[in-house]
Design a protein around this ligand. Structure first.
Ligand code: PBG
Length: 324
């Protein structure tokens, strides 16, 4: 039946009607808040390009996580900025590394909060690359051992989920094997399976001091033009043992989220990355858009596309908003 019998506006007339037929409902239970741990004590330094997001020393991070827990958020993902960086990223897998210390403190002080740890070397290498560099190239296979060591040390510290974001081939299998061989068969792997070489990571690299000193990440992160290839990446990561998979960034890749959700049956996460956050914050500062509405709309779009889990710097604000 068509117009005039059918009038889709009938169900849009009031908020009560709209709420009744709403297809996508955001929930605080599916949100993950990213945090940046730094050395020191009492450090709480705002990241210039990410208003409201801070570099936090472990003590401050614990405080922050108590609040995060109170807001009802189930999980945080930890990134670390080490005291010193070197060629082999030793800070990434040190027992007293920054993420390992933060994880131990959190599992002791806020045990119910899930701790996800980012597994990558770029914050820990002097050259800022995600792996071992030989003759100006990031070498895949020798990097796997370092990644596996990193994930294992994070699991030892108590991480509930390890999340490799490096995009080396074979890292999920290498990590699964290292975890299982050491009695961590219950530590889950969230793989950044389809991670694109994106301009939207700019502010993160300021926050994590992880910009590459030469070249870029295009030899391992995906070409933004490719979606079929994302399905291959996801398929391989699942075969290698990924428990959950992630698409990143989120908003520019909604089609990829949708296709992955339709094709595979593992939980799908999407990361609304630093540049997505910074762009909205900047426009709002200029008075060019309503930040709260844009925040809810983009998160809704990401979920509608098929993401069951959303990692976002808006997670705390969304939690507050969803509570009212
Ligand atoms: C790599 C990593 C990056 C992000 C998450 N993990 C940066 C990169 O690949 O350069 C980006 C997250 C964001 O932009 O919010 N450790």
């Amino acid at each position: 039946m068509a117009f005039p019998q059918t009038r889709l506006r009938r169900l849009r007339r009031t908020e009560a009607l709209r709420r009744l037929v709403r297809e996508t409902r955001l929930s605080v239970q599916n949100l993950v808040y990213p945090l940046f741990a730094v050395p020191g004590e009492g450090v709480r330094k705002e990241i210039a390009s990410m208003p409201g997001v801070f570099n936090l020393s472990v003590d401050e991070l614990v405080r922050e996580c108590r609040e995060i827990k109170k807001l009802g958020l189930p999980a945080v993902i930890l990134f670390g900025i080490p005291e010193t960086k070197d060629e082999l990223a030793t800070g990434a897998f040190a027992e007293v590394g920054i993420v390992q210390r933060a994880t131990r403190a959190l599992k002791k002080e806020v045990p119910e909060l899930l701790v996800i740890t980012d597994v990558c070397l770029c914050e820990y290498t002097s050259h800022g690359h995600c792996g071992k560099v030989e003759k100006g190239e990031i070498v895949n296979d020798p990097t796997l051992e370092l990644l596996a060591k990193t994930a294992l040390s994070q699991a030892r510290a108590g991480a509930d989920i390890v999340a490799p974001s490096d995009m080396m081939d074979g890292r999920v299998a290498a990590i699964r094997q290292a975890l299982d061989a050491n009695g961590f068969e219950n530590t889950a792997i969230l793989s950044y399976a389809a991670k694109y070489a994106s301009a939207f990571y700019g502010p993160f690299r300021e926050a994590a001091q992880s910009a590459p000193q030469f070249g870029d990440r295009r030899s391992h992160q995906m070409d933004p033009a490719n979606a079929e290839e994302a399905l291959r990446e996801v398929g391989l990561d699942i075969e290698e043992g990924a428990d959950l998979i992630m698409i990143k960034p989120a908003l520019p890749y909604l089609d990829v989220i949708r296709r992955v959700r339709e094709r595979f049956d593992v939980p799908v996460a999407a990361y609304q990355v630093s540049g997505e956050y910074a762009a909205l914050q900047a426009a709002a500062r200029l008075g060019w858009l309503d930040l709260e509405r844009a925040m809810v709309e983009t998160a809704t779009a990401i979920q509608r596309a098929g993401a069951q889990i959303i990692l976002s710097y808006f997670a705390k604000d969304l939690a507050r908003k969803l509570a009212c």
